[in-house]
Design a binder for this molecule. Structure first.
Ligand code: GLP
Length: 257
């Protein structure tokens, strides 16, 4: 794992945007894995700025979303498909039809989950997956006790996550209890992963992700088994890392390959 602790979310956005821009320059038809949540927003804003000011183009790229609430009407502003449209898709030139998302309203959600996995495979898999992390260590909506090999499926949110996400709704009662999420096994198939964690409330989850034992109790720890992952944390989110000085040393002296 590469662990990069930078002073501010804006610094993370710039370095993470470089990774994505390099990929898209090399492979204009790259498959992006998009995450919702506040953590990737500065990255999306930076990519949108580069699109406007520097001609960075996603016209040939496609994208897959990680997760969706079950039962929210497709025009609900907090349905993740709409969040990603608002925060990224509408700000760049990626085709709306090239953006895929799991359905939270299909009549047969299990069949829709299996079809979503097939769609991802047919697209050749995700080239670069952007991730945030929940305070309880979830990635996408894989809550504690998720199988480390899980696939896209319906699952139940913890009360902690519903409380964390209540800020986007009128009240916690409006936060759906169920979600569709790519599984940990699905996410692990992305060729490269960028995880962004900012703020003091992520410090424990980041320390577990990087330095804890691999365990379904902290689902993000499965990422220790990924061969090409960068964990970006700001100072606050990186505050509980025991080997912090080594990670800084490693980043300053990274080999040019
Ligand atoms: C939600 C999303 C996750 C996201 C997490 C953290 O639960 N399903 O993909 O990583 O929130 O969100 P935030 O970045 O807003 O803290």
């Amino acid at each position: 794992m590469e662990i990069v602790v930078l002073p501010t979310p804006a610094d993370i956005a710039r370095v993470a945007a470089d990774r994505i821009a390099n990929l898209v320059h090399k492979r204009p038809d790259a498959v992006l894995g998009l995450a919702t949540g506040s953590s990737p927003l500065p990255l999306y804003q930076e990519l949108a700025r580069r699109h406007r000011e520097e001609g960075l183009s996603f016209a040939q790229s496609s994208a897959f979303l990680l997760d969706e609430y079950v039962g929210l009407s497709p025009d609900h502003p907090e349905a993740y498909r709409n969040v990603i449209r608002r925060e990224f898709v509408s700000l760049v030139d990626i085709a709306e039809s090239a953006v895929h998302s799991p359905s939270g309203t299909a009549a047969d959600i299990s069949a829709a989950c299996a079809a979503y996995e097939k769609e991802m495979q047919a697209a050749g898999g995700v080239d670069i997956q952007i991730l945030g992390i929940g305070t309880d260590g979830h990635i996408a909506f894989n809550e504690p006790a998720s199988s480390l090999t899980s696939r896209t499926r319906v699952t139940t949110l913890t009360e902690q996550t519903r409380e964390d996400n209540a800020r986007f709704f009128d009240s916690i009662d409006d936060v759906p209890m169920h979600v569709v999420t790519q599984g940990l096994g699905t996410i692990m198939e992305a060729r490269e992963i960028i995880l962004i964690a900012t703020g003091a409330n992520k410090a424990e989850a980041v320390a577990q992700l990087v330095e804890g034992p691999i365990s379904a109790f902290w689902p993000a720890t499965v990422l220790q088994n990924h061969q090409h992952i960068t964990v970006f944390a700001d100072e606050e989110a990186g505050a509980e890392l025991k080997l912090r000085s080594y990670y800084d040393h490693m980043y300053r002296n990274r080999p040019e390959v």
